[in-house]
Design a protein. Structure first.
Length: 168
């Protein structure tokens, strides 16, 4: 039993041996995307750990930044965007408030609701993550020309649009 994962070509050859109807081009693309996603997730998680941040906390910071100034959202909105239950969102926000990354305040327009806001410390943490991620991503795409990057981006966006349309 080998400890190393088979190469992509070896994996496809094994699949073809076991399932003759396999289209090797499709498998090459899909398996390359899956492996790339897994390895990128590991790399990002390692980077986040160096900044004492979890990937789940990063997702909340990202949603608040994407909301734009004043970087505020209702917890239910964040939960819905991240596919979380309200209880899971509450626990996540509790940890982030304790860490000084976000605030939880009453909504002045509807005192029953609360608003989650990004603190200066939370925004700085987001910027630190972005700096590290940008360096990693530039290194990842280093061997691709500007045109190849654009083409790859277009192709991947088409695939993403297709799957998101089907899952909607």
């Amino acid at each position: 039993m080998a400890d190393l994962q088979p190469s992509l070509d070896e994996q496809i050859a094994i699949y073809q041996r076991e399932f003759r109807d396999l289209d090797p081009q499709v498998e090459r693309v899909v398996n390359a995307l899956c492996r790339l996603d897994r390895r990128m997730s590991v790399a990002y998680d390692r980077q986040l750990a160096t900044l004492d941040l979890s990937s789940s906390e990063w997702e909340v910071l990202k949603e608040l930044v994407m909301a734009g100034r004043p970087y505020q959202l209702w917890p239910g909105t964040i939960a819905k965007r991240l596919g979380l239950t309200p209880a899971a969102m509450t626990h996540r926000i509790d940890r982030m408030v304790a860490a000084g990354l976000v605030t939880r305040e009453r909504d002045e327009e509807n005192r029953v609701r609360v608003i989650i806001g990004l603190t200066d410390q939370g925004r700085e943490k987001w910027l630190q993550v972005m700096r590290q991620a940008t360096s990693f991503e530039e290194d990842l795409l280093e061997d691709l020309s500007h045109d190849e990057r654009a083409q790859l981006g277009d192709l991947l966006t088409r695939l993403l649009d297709r799957i998101e349309t089907r899952l909607a």
